[in-house]
Design a binder for this molecule. Structure first.
Ligand SMILES: [Zn+2]
Ligand SMILES: [Zn+2]
Length: 311
């Protein structure tokens, strides 16, 4: 036989406090805290750093469990207490995190109850696109992983731009909000395979090396403008996907570069939104810009552009 066990049945003393745990120390009365409310299975306290909003409280289980996934009954009892507090607020977030990847910092189960008011401008931790915009920074939490071939000299975002024959890899870049794999490693490998010049081909890649992000958004944009201006060829590859790779910036860049005589355009017909490439393809043809449908074909054509330049 099984029976439902209510939150009040959770035994607060079944598990000993964890040594070194700040919330266990507060529960045991061994560390100071501003206690807002007490129940037999939980405490509500002010966050130690003051919180992110007026009235922000943490509902902490008396029993030590690391996070919301450890013991469903303890989680339920803490949620029941948080619900009592939330009921008194016209608007609130009730948030908990499991694991550092989910932004958990204290490994003792707690729920944040954060009162909200219209227009308070408080970004939730899972809106990195908004947060990055607010910070004016370009954040790259995914990593460009590519071992460039010996025939290629890979130059990533904001690195010094050397002389010599070069290709700029223009096109949509994944971001934190949609961390899909980048198309650029394939293009870099293909450029290395096809390039047969006497010196390495400089490949100008607007993605950041490692996880290093631009301090200022403008630094990233300025580098891209300088790199496109100096490139011997500008290879656009546009695997359009309105959900993950919308290519809004790419559209503008193509408009700026279509008349340079150095641009080539690749549009895979099998991408999720090929109809959104129709305008680019039409404008390319009007300006005599070659249009290809594969990475390899677009690379070949970009290298033809380099070969056609006066030495
Ligand atoms: Zn604890
Ligand atoms: Zn927390």
């Amino acid at each position: 036989m099984t029976s439902m066990t209510g939150p009040a049945a959770v035994n607060a003393s079944a598990v000993p406090p964890a040594t070194g745990c700040v919330f266990c120390a507060i529960v045991a009365g061994r560390a100071p805290a501003s206690i807002v409310r007490e129940w037999d299975d939980a405490l509500a306290i002010r966050p130690l750093g003051g919180g992110v909003a007026e009235g922000h409280v943490l509902v902490v289980s008396r029993r030590h469990v690391a996070d919301v996934g450890v013991d469903p009954l303890v989680s339920a009892s803490v949620m029941a207490r948080a619900a009592e507090l939330a009921a008194g607020l016209p608007a609130a977030n009730v948030i908990t995190s499991r694991g550092s990847a989910a932004t958990q910092t204290v490994y003792h189960l707690h729920l944040h109850v954060v009162p909200r008011v219209e227009g308070d401008g408080l970004p939730l931790p899972w809106t990195p696109r908004q947060a990055a915009r607010d910070a004016g920074a370009v954040t790259k939490h995914w990593t460009l992983t590519v071992e460039p071939p010996a025939t290629v000299r890979l130059v990533c975002a904001r690195e010094p731009i050397p002389g010599g024959p070069s290709v700029f890899l223009a096109g949509p870049t994944p971001d934190d909000a949609a961390p899909v794999p980048s198309w650029r490693p394939e293009a870099i490998r293909e450029l290395g395979r096809q390039w047969s010049g006497p010196e390495p081909l400089v490949v100008l890649c607007p993605e950041s090396r490692g996880n290093v992000r631009a301090e200022r958004y403008e630094d990233q944009v300025d580098w891209e403008i300088a790199a496109r201006a100096g490139a011997t060829a500008i290879m656009f590859w546009v695997p359009r996907d309105m959900a993950t790779l919308p290519g809004m910036t790419t559209n503008v860049e193509f408009g700026l570069d279509v008349g340079t005589g150095r641009a080539v355009l690749g549009c895979p017909p099998g991408c999720p939104n090929p109809e959104r490439n129709r305008y680019l393809i039409y404008v390319a043809r009007r300006h005599g810009v070659p249009v290809r449908t594969t990475v390899a074909g677009t690379v070949t054509t970009a290298l033809d552009v380099i070969a056609a330049q006066p030495a």
